[in-house]
Structure formats: structure tokens, C-alpha cells
Design a protein around this ligand. Sequence first.
Ligand code: UDP
Length: 365
Amino acid sequence: MKQYDYLIVGAGLYGAVAAHELTKKGKSCLVIDRRDHIAGNVYTEEIEGINVHKYGAHIFHTSNKEIWDYINQFAEFNNYINSPVAIYKDELYNLPFNMNTFSKMWNIKTPQEAKDMIAKQVAETGITEPKNLEEQALSLGGKDVYEKLIKGYTEKQWGRDCKDLPAFIIKRLPFRFTYNNNYFNDRYQGIPIGGYTAIVEKMLEGCEVRTGVDFFEFRKENPDIADQIIFTGMIDEYFQYKLGALEYRMVRFETEVLDCENYQGNAVVNYTAREVPYTRIIEHKHFEFGTQPKTVISREYSSEWTVGKEPYYPVNNEKNDALFAEYQKLAAEEKNIHFGGRLGNYKYYDMDKVIEAALQAVAEL
Ligand code: UDP
């Protein structure tokens, strides 16, 4: 006996949007998650009155008005604009790469001076058609920017040489010749007032949700519980890694409550030197202009994902993308199941793209 129209595996953003939309259409949904809480990696938890991003900082940004309007149904957003700073040894730079960065790096003032300096450094590299992240970064910003702000950070975050990483990763960041420290080029941006967990809670209103439930165990006992499955876990795990394991990066957080009001003066400070073991320190209160007497900070350490740990980032290089394509063929042969989200689609999605993909999938289902 089928008890539900849909079994949705994973209560993260993809699963929650799908569950919300399907419930709205009158479908019955059961949402399960193996963690003991909802909201996946956008989960926030209040500590000392501050919404702490427990699985890494999430700043909502999009250029798609429909998606902006969609997410605004579930929360009001503040006017936070992400403007990280980077610390390299004893030097401090604004991000993303902009006139503030270049001015500090080369003691120059005008866009023309910055362009000339970069053009000179790019010419010295001799790269005309960038084939990997290193060549892409060098050809956008020259040697100084690459060596001080990109190389160490990227190799820490990805655990791979910049020559072995795809160029698209660095194209996520703006490179601009204005004094504009906004990390994103998107039209809309902000942090939800009240945190992300509250958004996902609202999305899941009216659906049955069970946390602390492992799909693979659950399925053994309940093989026919739903007509269809929406699976947002790791696609290779679903197929018991039978074609081999895809690679993921994981992040470990060292979170501390500090008895001071303001530790670093900014929500995001990147440590771009190779010698510093963490990639960045997040001071959560600054995402919401907090004025609490204490503060909460998280140091982020990246490492290769291993079985049993939480995966965060797919490593979308040629080898993994090719293996993923093979898994997709298996997925296409599977009946009544749809794969979605960062792990199901093995894609370095931002939140807006996750929502877009979930809405699209529900429309197609
Ligand atoms: N990056 C860098 N230096 C920085 C910040 C980012 O080289 O100070 C590069 C790095 O390769 C990273 C990529 O830009 O993986 C994308 O950064 P983003 O901030 O978008 O990563 P996320 O917040 O998704 O971890």
C-alpha cells in the first residue's frame, strides 16, 4: 500500500521547496532526513541571540526576480551586502577583486593604472586561452593577485593544485575596476531575518517530516511507502558507489563563543596564505548587524570527504563530471525516482539555483 504520493529524502532547501510545492498541489509528502534537524546545510541555530550558520555561511543572492519573490514569501530579508576581506600574511585586502584591492596591492588610484598593471603581468604569463583555474586566475588578475589572494586559499579549500581545478570556480567571483566591495553582482541580496531554519520550517508546514531517519534503512522496512521518490542525497551513495565514488570536499568548523562584542569587524575574513590552516573566519553576528555583548566565530577547515562524513562541495573536475554522467545514466533507468540538489545533481549550486531547479522539477513532475 502506498501511503504517500512522494517520499522526499533530504530536508534541505531542494527537498523543502519540492515538498512545499507538491503539498500546495494537494500531494501527500513524507520528508525524511538522516540528520536530527531540518534545513540541510542552510541550518542556522541561535547561540547567544545570534543566528549561527552551522554548516557554513549562506548569503542569499540572485538576479532572478521570481526566485527573490519566492524566497521572500517565507521570510523578510535584511540589507546585508557581503564584502569579505582577505588577510595575506600581514596585509589586508578588500574582496572581491576591485579597485580597493588593486589600490592596496600596487599603491595606485585609477582604473587605468590597475588595468595597465594587470595587462603587464598577464602578458608576462603568456597565457591566451586559460585551461584551468590557475591560468584563468592569472589571466584575469596577474601574478600578484593570484599568488596573494587566490592560490593559497583555493588549494586549501579544494585540496588540489590550481592547475588541476576547473576555471569556472574562480569565475564565480567578480573582477571589477570600480571601488565596489560587493562580493556579488546579483540584483538581490540579503540574510533572512530570523535565520534559514525558520524559512525551511515554513516551507515544510503541512508536510510530515521525520528527522534522524536514514533512507537506506527506512527503505528496507518501507519499500512501497510512496509512489515517487525525490532523492537529494549523494547520487553515488544511492547506487552503492558501484561505478566508484565521486569526490566531495567537506568542511569542519571550530565554533567559539567569545566574551567580546566585536572580534573581527566583518562577517567574513578570508585567510589566503597557505600556512594558515583554516580558509576563513565567520563572525556570525555581522550578517544581521548584531549588537549582542558576546560574539560567535567559526574557523573553517576544508578536507577531502570520506564515507560517513557530511559532504559540502562536489569537485566538478572532468574526471568526476564524467563519472557523474555515468551515474545519471543509471538514474534514468530507475523508475519513479528523481535526483536533485547539490548532492543529487553533483553540482556546485548556489541557493537560488537550488530553488530554481526544485521549482522546475516539480513543474515537470
Ligand atoms: N577564492 C579565492 N580567494 C578568496 C576567495 C575565494 O581564491 O579569498 C576562490 C576559491 O577558489 C573559491 C572560489 O574563489 O573556491 C569561490 O569562492 P566562493 O566565495 O564563491 O566560495 P564558497 O563561498 O561557495 O565557498
